[in-house]
Design a protein around this ligand. Structure first.
Ligand code: T46
Length: 134
């Protein structure tokens, strides 16, 4: 399973750092939605779902967390701990987010508006869906 992690360009100077993300330049799709999670309770695991068509880039802009990706045959755990790194999460990929630091802010750039019909929240349904797509 190929993991795609983007390293964004920080525009640093004596005042500090600034990262700018533009659609199709830094983010490989049209950004239709941005959301973020913070104050995540200790030991919580979020996610537990896949998307039928949504593509996303996950950036832990403060603190750290880990992302587990599962394509149905392989699983990888990717730490996110730098505000200038972005993890690409394709459609048809089961994801779980865990091990959030107290101060973690996980920001997500999404290719589509929120649509509950795009979610697969049952793991067996996910396996059947990706099999049907092949
Ligand atoms: C994903 C991972 C990385 C909205 O109303 N609008 C939104 O855009 C989102 C993302 C969520 N919500 C509502 C739906 C639920 O009532 O916020 C609540 C929490 O959402 P959810 O339980 O889906 O959150 P996570 O952290 O499990 O998953 C989220 C995204 O939903 C998902 O697309 O890939 O982050």
């Amino acid at each position: 399973m190929q993991v795609i992690k983007y390293v964004f360009q920080p525009h640093g100077d004596e005042r500090g750092q600034l990262v700018s993300l533009e659609e199709y330049r830094d983010i490989p799709f049209n950004i239709k939605r941005v959301y973020f999670m913070y104050d995540t309770v200790a030991n919580v695991v979020r996610g537990h779902h896949a998307h039928k068509s949504l593509e996303q880039i996950l950036v832990c802009i403060h603190g750290s967390c880990k992302i587990k990706l599962d394509n149905g045959s392989e699983t990888k755990i990717i730490p996110l701990e730098k505000p200038y790194e972005g993890l690409y999460v394709a459609n048809n990929m089961w994801r779980e987010m865990f091990d959030f630091s107290d101060d973690a802010v996980l920001m997500v750039f999404a290719s589509e508006l929120y649509d509950e019909n795009d979610y697969i929240r049952d793991y067996d349904e996910f396996l059947a869906f990706i099999k049907s797509e092949k």
